[in-house]
Design a protein around this ligand. Structure first.
Ligand code: 26V
Length: 824
């Protein structure tokens, strides 16, 4: 009977408008007379949210009734960006909303712009998690994401006098996309002691006592699939004091300060996202975040399983848990603890369940990024977990010793506990031992982890445990949403939007690569996207750029291994070349705009110096009348997901130029090519597979190969190296104060000249600048260039995150889609 009363989601423009007005006048308690853009954004979002909630509820019920296996994606980062545009497109009602908002006197673009990005991530790893959620829902997989509800996302970046300044990103003022679940609260324990005793049967029982309790409360974010009613859930945990209120005893005694302090200490756990800084290493609060989030999530997962009344042995048939990097590795230990300490299972039976449940994805080979936690810190914060880790390690090392008798070197190398001063827990090793599958994120990267950092483990567990799942991106956000005109043009040729759900359909575009009219439309859209970016550049930096110039873009976190320094040295080289040319020669040059964007971790001084150099070069070059349109250098402040949606569709060429072997995959490389840009890059990460798919003739590859890196570094250490002559001139210019006080940049120059040039900038520089010359040359032939971009887009089908999720589902999670009936 209650079905008669169920809310009916709007479908038409009029019904949408009614909903907006209702939300303005009731939910927001405002009048339509003073409904500004903020209020219109809020009301439109609430209207779509209501719509999602209906489907979200049905999806959860369907999954519960079907009693199928679910995957839980544990990630400390979800870099979601904005939700409204995505919700409108995935539900398929953006046009309805556009007309409805138009009736009410608003432009939909202005309304979309009101939303604050959900920036709960650093970069590639967090954005990958967001693309995965979109694919999981779009493919109707039963899946939940679990993360932390940070009060502050990744810091906002301002550029002041050419320097990066960090500003806190408080984003929760008004967030219509989350539902507080005050009824879902989990007590999380920290510190305390462990006590062992024998029970009546003589069995040893371990209890973890004392310490402090913090409360985890759930906030749910609906994740709509594209062109399906399936709506999944992202559950984010927020921390509060366990009492929920003041400590009344203290309060009563007039000790207000300490009673408030307790509360604040608890809330600090989910307060802020760590910005991937080497200074973050070893911070107790970071380990607290990890355990807080992992324990709450596992409690939730186990509770859901227990409702099914199944035997524990069936847990891995119902639950797959994916560890997004080592950040959630404590989940392995926590599940083992739940099974043996709380549920009374035997060690071996429990461990068998644990290892069948978990999969671990590695996202980097950089040694400085591999997580380790000091044993004393662990002992204090999580004494029971440390003792379980020791037991896991002992069992593991015993099995290694049985198969490799007497190899004590091996035991020391693979031990989960590093015998250093202090001892350290190696989280990646724990994740490997606790999982049934370990994967890298692109072919080269997966090969590298097998032959370098995890080599011993391949010998121990056999090669089948290690696999590759090449990353992907969601074409919904990164083509349809970011580049609506290109998406529409493609749809007009392919007979609809089906390619957004089966990206290999793009293949059919190839037959238009020489179609004159199609190419004209294609080129016009690229130009319009460049005009849009040029406007953004003008309003944010004041610099006028020519939209007909070649737009050369490098946007990503600033890191030495990504080599933005090589890019800016190349720009300086170009500037010097232009200055040395006569007027006639200059006329032949292709005008270029070099665009940089990205955040430097606050404590990463070298990265901040790179930001400063880019801005300083821009200040000189952009004001040099001699140079004019031939070269402009732009640093775009505060690069984030919503800015990427403007930047990515506007590139002619983008740069993915990491030292070979250092960039695990990269995902913006895929975004740029899918939007009709070409790339210049090294043989690294997914660049290699992109080349294989689109053809070597459609990409500008350069530089040394990963297999040569070790030898080159070795040569540097022994001083056997010739500094590239062009690079030497660039350094002379910097040292001659051409871009301001040379002392500011001496560390950058010194790293290459005197400190071993670890990232091989000098080795690759010649190859880099000559390849850039080839880019100029190729860009002169616009006709050919446009054909190349069309062919490349046509061949990008492989890089959808849908393909990637299907691979995980089949080879790691063993889960099936649960397709809603309406889809047939
Ligand atoms: C973390 C840290 C922390 C300490 C300072 C140095 C440092 C350097 C790198 C990292 C990154 C760790 C993991 C990560 O974000 N990996 C990225 O994952 C993407 C998705 O798989 C992939 O596309 C990127 O290539 C990879 O860098």
């Amino acid at each position: 009977a209650w079905k008669r009363f169920q809310a009916k989601p709007f479908e038409t423009k009029d019904d949408f408008e009614k909903e907006v007005v209702r939300h303005v006048e009731t939910t927001l308690a405002r009048s339509m007379f003073n409904c500004d853009e903020t209020a219109a954004y809020a009301a439109a979002s609430l209207a779509f949210r209501d719509r999602l909630i209906t489907e979200w509820n049905k999806t959860q019920q369907r999954q519960t009734f079907a009693d199928t296996k679910r995957v839980y994606y544990l990630s400390l980062e979800f870099l979601m960006g904005r939700a409204l545009d995505n919700a409108m497109l995935n539900v398929g009602l953006k046009d309805v909303a556009k007309d409805g908002l138009g009736d009410l006197g608003f432009r939909i673009e202005d309304i979309i712009e009101q939303e604050h990005d959900a920036a709960l991530g650093n970069g590639g790893l967090g954005r990958l998690a967001a693309c995965f959620l979109d694919s999981l829902a779009s493919l109707s997989y039963p899946a939940w994401g679990y993360g932390l509800r940070y009060r502050y996302g990744i810091f906002k970046q301002e550029i002041v006098d050419g320097y990066q300044v960090e500003v806190p990103d408080y984003w929760l003022d008004f967030n219509p996309w989350e539902f507080p679940r005050h009824d879902i609260a989990v007590d999380i324990q920290f510190y305390g002691n462990i006590r062992k005793y024998q029970d009546d049967t003589g069995k040893t029982v371990v209890v973890w006592e004392g310490g402090e309790i913090v409360k985890a409360t759930a906030y749910d974010v609906p994740i709509p699939g594209f062109d399906t009613p399936a709506t999944n859930n992202l559950r984010l945990w927020s921390s509060k004091a366990a009492s929920g209120e003041f400590d009344f005893q203290k309060f009563n005694n007039g000790d207000y300060e300490s009673s408030v302090a307790d509360q604040q200490r608890a809330e600090t756990i989910s307060a802020v996202l760590y910005p991937n800084d080497s200074l973050d290493r070893g911070k107790e609060l970071r380990l607290k975040q990890q355990y807080f989030w992992v324990a709450a999530s596992l409690y939730d997962i186990v509770r859901r399983f227990k409702k099914t009344k199944r035997a524990w042995g069936e847990f891995p048939d119902q639950v797959a848990i994916q560890l997004n990097d080592t950040h959630p590795t404590l989940a392995v230990v926590e599940l083992q603890r739940i099974l043996i300490d709380l549920e009374g299972l035997e060690w071996d039976e429990a461990w068998n369940i644990v290892t069948k449940t978990f999969g671990y994805t590695n996202h980097t080979v950089l040694p400085e990024a591999l997580e380790k936690w000091s044993v004393p810190l662990f002992q204090n914060l999580l004494p029971r977990h440390l003792s379980i880790i020791y037991d896991i390690n002992q069992t593991f090392l015993q099995s290694v010793e049985r198969k490799n008798p007497g190899d004590r070197d091996l035991l020391q190398r693979v031990s989960i506990i590093e015998e250093s001063q202090p001892k350290m827990v190696r989280m990646a090793y724990l994740a490997i031992v606790g999982s049934h599958k370990v994967n890298g994120v692109a072919e080269l990267h997966s090969d590298l982890i097998k032959t370098t950092i995890f080599k011993d483990f391949v010998n121990i567990f056999g090669p089948d445990k290690f696999t590759n799942v090449t990353n992907g991106i969601t074409p919904r956000r990164w083509l349809h949403q970011a580049n609506p005109r290109l998406s529409a043009l493609i749809a007009s040729k392919l007979g609809g939007l089906a390619f957004l759900k089966d990206l290999t359909l793009l293949n059919d575009l190839e037959k238009f690569a020489d179609d004159k009219d199609f190419k004209k439309d294609w080129a016009e859209i690229k130009h319009a996207n460049k005009v849009r970016l040029a406007k953004h550049i003008k309003t944010t930096t004041g610099v006028t750029v020519n939209p007909s110039a070649l737009f050369d873009i490098q946007v990503k976190r600033i890191h030495e291994y990504k080599r933005q320094q090589m890019n800016i040295f190349g720009v300086i080289h170009r500037y010097l070349t232009i200055k040395a040319m006569g007027a006639e020669e200059r006329k032949k040059l292709a005008p270029r705009v070099s665009i940089f964007g990205g955040k430097a971790a606050p404590g990463y001084w070298m990265a901040k110096t790179i930001v400063h150099l880019v801005n300083s070069v821009g200040a000189v070059v952009n004001n040099d009348k001699d140079v004019g349109d031939l070269l402009k250098v732009i640093f775009l402040e505060d690069y984030n997901v919503s800015k990427a949606e403007i930047i990515v569709p506007a590139s002619d060429i983008s740069e993915h130029i990491s030292t070979a072997g250092t960039e695990a995959s990269g995902t913006s490389n895929m975004k740029f090519v899918l939007n009709g840009g070409l790339i210049i890059g090294t043989c690294d990460g997914a660049n290699i597979e992109i080349t294989r798919e689109i053809g070597a003739e459609n990409i500008f590859l350069f530089g040394n190969l990963s297999e040569d890196v070790e030898d080159l570094r070795h040569a540097h250490t022994y001083g056997n190296r010739d500094m590239d002559a062009d690079l030497a001139k660039v350094f002379e210019a910097i040292k001659g104060n051409m871009f301001g006080d040379a002392n500011s940049f001496s560390a950058l120059v010194g790293a290459v000249e005197n400190h071993g040039d670890y990232y091989l900038v000098s080795d690759d520089f010649h190859s880099y600048i000559t390849t850039q010359d080839m880019v100029d040359e190729a860009y002169r032939d616009q006709d050919e260039w446009v054909s190349k971009t069309i062919i490349s887009v046509a061949r990008m089908g492989f890089f959808t995150s849908d393909r990637c999720i299907n691979e995980y589902a089949e080879s790691i999670w063993n889960i099936e889609p649960l397709v809603p009936e309406t889809e047939g």
